[in-house]
Write a protein of this length. Structure first.
Length: 181
């Protein structure tokens, strides 16, 4: 299955879009929707916020392409790069984070994140996943979840982002599960 570029400008809720003039206020990053062979989504519980589950995500380094950043971030956060890109949202998705969190994370330099969301199919085995592979782990535990249940434990300020992204990538979950059944 070749990667799908998914145009979504008209589908992005207004709350997740920003004027280009504002983009410097948002830290550039990638969001990772990692599917297993059942079409389930990888989610992990944050070490610094027990009970808050999320999909992996991380910053894009200066001059780094999102397709490179997504594999680097996946390895840094879950200990493996054993996946292939199967879809990318064309547009950046923006969200604000609570001001207190922005101060703690970035000394107020950013008010939120702008993310390029990328879907990947996991090619490894569950034992390849190692949340402590790098010096500063972000997650305490992880699980595979049906795509329809991912929103259940997501922090409120990310909910609109996740709703949009999961809806866009839902057909990929179905296709991956169908191919492996």
């Amino acid at each position: 299955m070749a990667p799908n570029n998914l145009p979504d400008s008209d589908l992005i809720p207004t709350s997740l879009r920003r004027d280009d003039a504002d983009s410097h206020l948002y830290r550039p990053g990638v969001g990772i929707v990692l599917f297993n062979s059942q079409g389930f989504v990888f989610v992990a519980e944050r070490l610094d916020n027990p009970g808050a589950w999320q999909m992996p995500q991380g910053g894009i380094d200066e001059g780094e392409e999102p397709e490179i950043a997504v594999l680097r971030e996946m390895e840094e956060e879950i200990g493996t790069r054993d996946a292939r890109i199967v879809g990318t949202l064309n547009d950046w998705i923006y969200y604000d984070i609570p001001e207190r969190t922005a101060q703690r994370l970035w000394d107020g330099k950013y008010k939120g994140q702008r993310q390029k969301w990328i879907a990947l199919e996991f090619l490894g085995n569950d034992y390849d996943i190692d949340l402590e592979a790098f010096e500063h782990p972000e997650f305490s535990r992880w699980k595979w979840m049906p795509i329809t249940h991912v929103l259940d434990d997501i922090v409120p300020f990310k909910r609109a982002v996740y709703e949009h992204v999961l809806k866009a990538f839902y057909p990929l979950a179905v296709e991956i599960a169908r191919r492996h059944s």
